[in-house]
Design a protein around this ligand. Sequence first.
Ligand code: DC
Length: 219
Amino acid sequence: MIVTIDGVAASGKSSVASGVAQRLGVPYLSSGLLYRAATYSGLNAGLSMASSSLKAPALLAQLERFPVQLQPEAGGNRVYQQRAGERQDITPFLHTSTIDAGVSAVAQLPQLREWVNAQLRTLPAPFVAEGRDMGTAVFPQAEYKFFLVASPRVRAERRVKERRDELDAVEAALLVRDLHDQKQSAPAPDAVVIDTGELGLEEVIARVMATLPLAVDSE
Ligand code: DC
């Protein structure tokens, strides 16, 4: 069984995917973390993340030299990078404003999308896959698809709680990222769209679980 949970930035995808995966007892895959890891690798190599100058071959060469691997778990994903014979956990460096600002340029490179998708497709089902295009481009055969939305203000307020940045600046940055991510962020025709604005995390998880026929919620 494959469940896909796509949605706009800061719509609550990761927390919802993790909650659903834990209830189902399966791992979840955070595709965004792989895009973030590629961005981190590029920045570490001194590559410019400006769309006009970022070139896929240079970035892919870095990823070949210092391979990254996603470790999917129900409670949270981690990303490891092989560097100088050591396996380093780079997860703590992937949710910064610098990575946020550069990641859209990386996500626009078709070869980088293929690099991410190839890694995801090697993982055995069942799982919950979370991102932008899990239900459309990567796992169109998934049985259960969801797409989460929320207003820019609500999403900015959530981000500020995580990062302690300034609200208006966070909202403006989210709108820029929405624009860049638009191409790959449309809901699949067979996805259930959930507006998470008025709902708490547990309520969103409950809505998803209620749609899954395999859900066995003892409470
Ligand atoms: O979900 P996130 O914020 O961690 O994703 C980071 C970026 O990666 C986001 O700006 C868009 C891109 N992304 C994508 O293009 N496709 C995906 N399936 C997941 C993420």
